[in-house]
Design a protein around this ligand. Structure first.
Ligand SMILES: Cc1ncc(COP(=O)(O)O)c(C=O)c1O
Length: 404
């Protein structure tokens, strides 16, 4: 194709012209997608190895999910929670069952689920645990990523995410991730919750040492503190289990879910917990106009049903083993370390070779889309519908990029 005739450069310029530059996207303009593949405005195809930061666990336009969305669009899209709609009960029941919890509270974005978790934990602290009014404290981890609201960035340790957004919300204590002694020492009589990602995604798919999550569970139980697992990126099949906590048989008091729950179609998030925890909320104390809307519930119920079959968790575990083997084969050939759980990988590129951004740009030129994080790390999180051959293809392209 003659370079001058490509639509991409002008489309990139247009996209940048009237938007705040709060992202630094790869210079690719996607116009359609199916399964694990994307097509750009010039007809070039790319293997999606990011899957919308795990929002597309079931691939692009999964037929069951698209059908559910179409059918619901033709019937009812929004009521607000002022009225009950006919998609609500099934969604809440089936998601609660998947989580093994009594109740769910639907919201929209991941950050809203996190905010909900924080509010519920504080209220639980005052009303159930008996914490002194105004003194509730939540223990969080260094390197966390829980979203972008002012409260959430208040306890971020990433200066890019935090700087100049103060004044900051008090009530959080930050401890090193993976250090159970530090976490235990940070808990006092005012601690209402420990909020953790069971695997830190944005930090580069950082898996805590074995025994850490069970240890957190034990300490939380002993000290009457809620364990809140932010499974917004790690959950819903990504790691080879329904939840990343399942790898060590850990059951938190509260799951925070988002991303894949909306099937890559609509933003759907939720908090799942038992009645003794979520039951602290009474009418008027929390909510969202769009949370739990009929379109969201119709799609998300089908997401829960896909997960209930176990097929996606199995695929993720099996194909993840292949991804791991492929990536480990690149260690010493431009890769210095890899961390893999299911179909989720953090790949540390030798920083003397190229940055993560450069690696992703070169992968893009070879028809594979992935995203860098923190300098020289790239994150791979393909849709769980990817095939063996496609995984081999992605690894081969990465090998070619690193070979220069
Ligand atoms: C672990 C985790 N929590 C929360 C969020 C925030 O989700 P959202 O961008 O939907 O607000 C993210 C997003 O990347 C995440 O990875």
């Amino acid at each position: 194709m003659i370079e001058d005739m490509l639509r991409t450069p002008a489309a990139v310029r247009d996209a940048e012209r009237h938007t705040a530059h709060n992202y630094h996207p790869l210079p690719v303009v996607i116009s359609s997608a199916e399964g694990a593949w994307l097509t750009d405005v010039d007809g070039r195809r790319y293997l999606d190895c990011l899957a919308g930061y795990s929002a597309l666990n079931f691939g692009h336009r999964h037929p069951t999910l698209i059908r559910a969305a179409h059918e619901q669009l033709d019937k009812l899209t929004l009521t607000s929670r002022a009225f009950i709609h006919d998609q609500f009960a099934d969604f809440c029941k089936e998601l609660a069952e998947l989580c093994g919890k009594d109740l769910v509270l639907p919201m929209n974005t991941g950050a809203e689920a996190v905010e909900t978790g924080i509010k519920v934990a504080r209220k639980w602290g005052y009303q159930v645990k008996g914490v002194t009014p105004g003194q509730a404290n939540i223990v969080v981890a260094e390197g966390n990523f829980h979203g972008r609201t002012t409260t959430i960035v208040s306890f971020s340790t990433d200066e890019d995410a935090r700087a100049d957004f103060g004044p900051y919300t008090p009530g959080f204590t930050v401890v090193p991730y993976g250090d159970l002694d530090a976490l235990t020492a940070a808990i006092d009589e005012n601690t209402v919750a420990v909020l953790l990602e069971p695997i830190q995604g944005e930090q580069g798919v950082v898996v805590p040492p074995e025994g850490y999550l069970p240890g957190v569970r034990r300490v939380c139980t002993e000290r009457n503190v809620l364990f809140i697992a932010d499974e917004i990126q790690s959950g819903l099949g990504r790691t080879g289990h329904t939840f990343a906590c399942d790898h060590e048989g850990v059951v938190p008091d509260m799951y925070l879910l988002g991303k894949a729950l909306g099937g890559g179609i609509v933003p759907v998030s939720a908090v799942a917990a038992n009645t003794d925890v979520l039951g602290v909320l009474k009418p008027g104390q929390h909510g969202s106009t769009f949370g739990g809307n009929p379109l969201a519930c119709a799609v998300a119920t089908e997401v829960v049903r896909l997960l209930a079959t176990g097929e996606f968790q199995r695929r993720s575990a099996e194909l993840g083993a292949r991804l791991r083997a492929g990536l480990e084969g690149l260690i010493g050939k431009g890769v210095v370390a890899v961390r893999v759980r299911g179909l989720w990988a953090g790949v540390d590129i030798d920083p003397t070779l190229m940055s993560g951004r450069e690696a992703c740009e070169r992968l893009m030129e070879r028809g594979v889309l992935a995203k860098d994080t923190h300098g020289s790390t790239i994150r791979l999180a393909p849709p769980l519908v990817i095939t063996d051959d496609e995984i081999d293809h992605a690894v081969a392209q990465l090998a070619a990029v690193l070979a220069g």
